[in-house]
Design a protein around this ligand. Sequence first.
Ligand code: DAH
Length: 342
Amino acid sequence: MDMKEKIAQIHQLVDNELAQVDSMQALDALRVKVLGKKGELTALLRGMGQLSPEERPQAGQLINEAREALTAQLDARQAKIKARDRQKALMSETIDVTQPVPAPLLGSEHPLTLALNEVVDCFTGMGFEVVEGPEVELDHFNFELLNIPQNHPARDAQDTFYIDDNIVLRTHTSPMQARTMLSRKPPIRIICPGRVYRADEVDATHSPVFHQLEGLVIDEDVTMADLRGTLNAFAERLYGKGITTRFRPSFFPFTEPSAEVDLTCVACHGKGCRVCKGTGWIEVLGCGMVNPKVLEMCGIDSTRYSGFAFGIGLERIAMQRYKVPDMRLLYEGDVRFLSQFK
Ligand code: DAH
């Protein structure tokens, strides 16, 4: 058989097999079978040694032409298969942009944050400025300047987290009264919200970490009537018309006179119910006229200036506002509870 016939046979073989080829693997296999090291056409090349020197150039040329033609033929098919596979992949990966998707899970503001924002709005609306202070506080500000001397029961290690002899976790937001008076001149009208710490056991109404909002007003001729009016306005803004305050005499070392303040029970509007234990009132804050001793220690002339201060327990407000029966719910981070405040 001469070279031309052998080559024609290989062309025939490729034509036949290509008719069956339907994948890249099958095509690669055919390529190896014909053009590979042990392939049919390569075998012809090897066999050239048996030809006479005169026949070799022409045979070589025929084989090379065949190699080029076959390579082109296989490449063309390869391109077709690739294009088809790509099309298939694109079809299978198509995204239906009109299909409805599940709504992403959105968070919500914590009830304490909601309550804080409302309380802050009430006071900023009356011209108060919001300031913040350190939670790790010097004994000097937390106690000393607030007229809570050494050996005062409020310093008892049972209540106070001591870091060392001079540093505590603040037990109230009141140290910001001292810090503010020392750094500003009257008129002063600030509120200071924040976290406070006391070594309390956790139960339905206690937590070692809770929140307060301190208020301080210092100016000439500030009286207890201003304090009462401010807190009445606050009560009404927060809870609506008909909610007012009741002052009961009390004692705080940094105010004189001092009072505990109750608000009309929001649940029964003063009639008496389980929430207010039948009294019609709920205790929410402590307050008083800033003790002249404190004014003087903080560099304010007590013969010219007077002022009032108050400290609101934020948890109380939030629990009442949102009818939360147990303080622990506020700290557990349970999504089933928190998602109700969306
Ligand atoms: N600091 C007090 C407490 O933690 C609350 C308080 C009472 C703050 C009277 C005041 C105040 O500013 O005048 O219980």
